[in-house]
Every structure is written in structure tokens, then in C-alpha cells.
Design a protein around this ligand. Sequence first.
Ligand code: GRF
Length: 213
Amino acid sequence: MSADRGARVAILLSGRGSNFLALHGAMERGEVPAHIVRVIGNVPDAQGLSRAQDLRLPTVCIPHRLENSREAHEARVMAALDDARVDWICLAGYMRLLSETFVAHYRDRILNIHPSLLPSFPGRDPQRQAIEHGVRVSGCTVHFVNEGLDSGPIVVQRVVAVHDHDSEESLSARILTEEHRAYPEALALLLTHDWRIDGRRVLLSSRGARPLV
Ligand code: GRF
């Protein structure tokens, strides 16, 4: 932790970066005791990278296409993270699977957000999967990243209704609104509470006088 600005957070993204902006906004408003020390993207024209530059955040693009192997690409990402002395890594639409080496290096310090109520509908197009399956509720999940696909211990979930007339786009938009609440909420919970992982469960206990959110 930095002395006064809270935890040092890195963002990894591949796309538009709305969850990154939600986290950044919550930090700026003092709702999450943290600050962003690096934004890393793997796609040169990712909108999230230009948004980070506009905010004058330390931003770096490490294109995976320029590297010979996944290991070589991850080694560069890890070097950038270690150089920034990150406490936490928030995946925010980062479309790369992380290796066991990467996950082990930052064990229990990597979070991801997924637009379904895990363990339902991991992987690609979860909003479409939800509609095709006919579920009546869906939502989003903030979870720790482990070696599996969208399978780490769950920190926060938020629920939305699925309507008969929903399209993939309309459901995605409703879920995204909740994502922007869930991600800051999850990070704030972990930063303001004592917590431990017991099997698959993330157990929180209040620290000092701070109430459970
Ligand atoms: C979000 O739906 C997130 O849950 C998923 O990828 C999308 C990223 O959107 N992992 P954005 O780039 O944060 O706007």
C-alpha cells in the first residue's frame, strides 16, 4: 500500500474500458482506497488505452501479436506490473487467458469481472448464452482469478432480470450498469476488510469500525 493514496492497482484491458473508468471514478471519489498505477493493454487501438491516456494515467500497450509466444508476452506484462509495484491487478475486459505462472506470481491479487452469474455461462458471449438458455435472472460476477476459466472464488455478484423481449445487446447494457457498481464494490470490500479464501468461499470480516458494505 502507498502511504496515503491506498492500494496500487493495475488495469489490464483489451477494449472499450468502461469498467476501468468505473473503477477509476470510484477511486477519484474516495469510494475505493486505491489508485491506478498502470493501465496495460494488448490491443494497440483499444479505446480503453486512449481513455487512460486522456486521464494522464501511466499507460502502456504490449501487443501480443508482436511476441513469439504467450510466455514472451506475459513476461513483458509481468515486468511492467512489477516495475509499477502493483498490489492488485484488475482485469477489465482483458481478452487473454493467463498462464499458471502468471496466476501463481500474483496469487489472490488478480480480480476479474464477468457478465454472468458464475458458475453459469463462463467463457465467451455469456449474455447470449443466458438468453438462449432461458434464464430469468442473470448479472455479473467479480471473482479472484485462478488457473481455470472464470472459475475463481467469488467476491461480489449483482443480479438483473432477463426480460422476454431482451436481445443480447439490451441484456448486456443492463448487466453493464451493474458491473460498474460491482467492481468498485468488490475492490473496496477487499481493501477495507480482513478476508480469507476458504475453499471456494471468500470470507470477509469487518476491520476496526468500518461497517460491512
Ligand atoms: C465486460 O462486460 C466485462 O464483464 C467483460 O468484458 C467486458 C468489458 O467491457 N469481462 P469494458 O471494456 O469494461 O467496457
